[in-house]
Design a protein around this ligand. Structure first.
Ligand code: G3I
Length: 385
């Protein structure tokens, strides 16, 4: 049977390579015959809580405290999801805009606690974007090892302060509320090379690979030192679904990191595919496709998180979008064994809230009214069927 499925996949891959984005839903459904566990709560229009669609893994949302005045927004955020990511509030630039002045955002962690949501995913520690000017300039005229030490200290101090603070935030069971962190975000270009020293201060000062290795090493050491021994540490990036070169580079990086240990424990636990995608991205096949990206990340043997999902309308039709809303969770369930599914997190709540603007129509809910779109039904079924 397995051989039959593989042969079928190979044939479908060849076909997909030839015609890129034109698969029909029927072709993909034939390809992805799910064998793994499905929900106890089949879809019905009156019973559509995303978090109940498939109890094998968490369904999350990134939320933004600036939207908390809208009851439609908070109503959905508090009821539909069992994992929360702060869209911006826990980023380096938001927490330590000035050197050694730490502003720990708690709107989002408090929202989770107040609404019985027991998991917050931390986002993000080391990122090339949004680095405060004081970090960029901290090296001054120092050179060599002295200069490197300045940047190592900044990195260590930030992780230490941030992990220590959030460790004080507990869920309803008295466990740490923040269960995971994106320790490094977006270190690669789309062609699989590291971002250049000109665009990434961490690479410039510590070396592209060494900066990443140190971030994970410090994160593991600090978390374990606090007693936060279940904290899961992720490498997070985008573009797996359209660049094999980038996917392969990430695969090689995390395979290198996963054999580095601190106190006999790997310094990395998981990999996040952001999946800011669109209705024109190829779904199946082994070339620059959603299928390839997820399968390669699953092949790392680590936890796999679809961490920032949205599907932009980029020309084309809503049916093309819905087809991807349905198939992304199906492919995820098919390729990632249930014990390694960290879940699927959507990037903000409705079309009025998504970073790409209302016209992108990239979420599950209509602008302003927050009415469920056909995207919602398709996503639910992809989680559930
Ligand atoms: O809140 C201020 C507001 O007071 C001010 O008037 C306004 C003027 O520009 O800016 C507002 O802040 C903006 C914030 O979004 C509001 O939500 C920031 O300028 C803007 O930079 C910030 O953009 C965020 C972006 O990351 C940069 O940090 C987006 O919301 C957020 O969705 C986006 O998220 C990233 C992930 O972290 C990593 N992966 C890609 C993803 C999408 O770009």
């Amino acid at each position: 049977m397995k051989k039959l499925i593989l042969a079928f996949f190979a044939a479908a891959s060849l076909a997909a390579c030839k015609k890129s984005t034109t698969e029909t839903p029927q072709q993909v459904e034939g390809l992805i015959k799910l064998s793994n566990k499905v929900s106890n709560t089949p879809y019905s229009p009156t019973n559509p809580l995303l978090k109940d669609a498939n109890t094998d893994f968490e369904i999350g949302a990134a939320i933004n405290e600036g939207k908390f005045g809208n009851a439609l927004y908070t109503g959905l955020a508090s009821s539909q999801y069992n994992s929360i990511t702060a869209e911006n509030q826990m980023k380096f630039a938001n927490i330590q805009a000035s050197q050694n002045v730490f502003t720990y955002g708690t709107n989002v962690t408090n929202f989770a606690k107040n609404n019985g949501i027991n998991r917050v995913h931390g986002h993000a520690i080391m990122w090339y974007s949004g680095v405060p000017a004081w970090v960029t300039n901290a090296g001054g005229s120092a050179t060599g090892e002295t200069r490197k030490q300045i940047y190592r200290s900044i990195l260590y101090n930030h992780i230490n302060k941030v992990f220590s603070f959030y460790y004080t935030q507990k869920d309803a069971n008295g466990n740490p509320l923040v269960k995971s962190w994106d320790v490094v975000n977006e270190a690669f270009n789309d062609d699989g090379t590291y971002r250049s020293n000109a665009t990434n201060v961490w690479a410039r000062e510590l070396g592209a690979y060494d900066a990443i290795r140190l971030a994970f090493l410090y994160a593991r050491q600090i978390a374990d030192g606090l007693g936060d021994t279940n904290l899961k540490l992720f490498y997070n990036d985008y573009g797996h679904e359209y660049s094999n070169a980038k996917t392969d580079a990430i695969y090689n990086l995390v395979n290198t990191l996963k054999v580095i240990t601190s106190n006999n424990k790997p310094i990395i636990d998981g990999v996040g595919l952001q999946m800011h995608t669109s209705n024109t991205r190829t779904v199946t096949g082994n070339t620059n496709s959603i299928y390839y990206g997820i399968s390669k990340m699953s092949a790392t043997g680590l936890l796999v998180h679809i961490s920032e999902l949205d599907i932009k309308l980029n020309g084309g039709t809503v049916a093309d979008q819905d087809y991807r809303w349905y198939n992304i969770p199906k492919i995820y369930r098919d390729l990632v064994p249930s014990a390694r599914r960290w879940g699927i997190t959507l990037w903000n709540i409705g079309d009025s809230d998504n970073w790409q603007g209302t016209a992108a129509a990239a979420t599950l809910y209509a602008p302003t009214t927050y009415a469920k779109k056909s995207a919602y039904t398709n996503f639910y079924k992809g989680l559930n069927e």
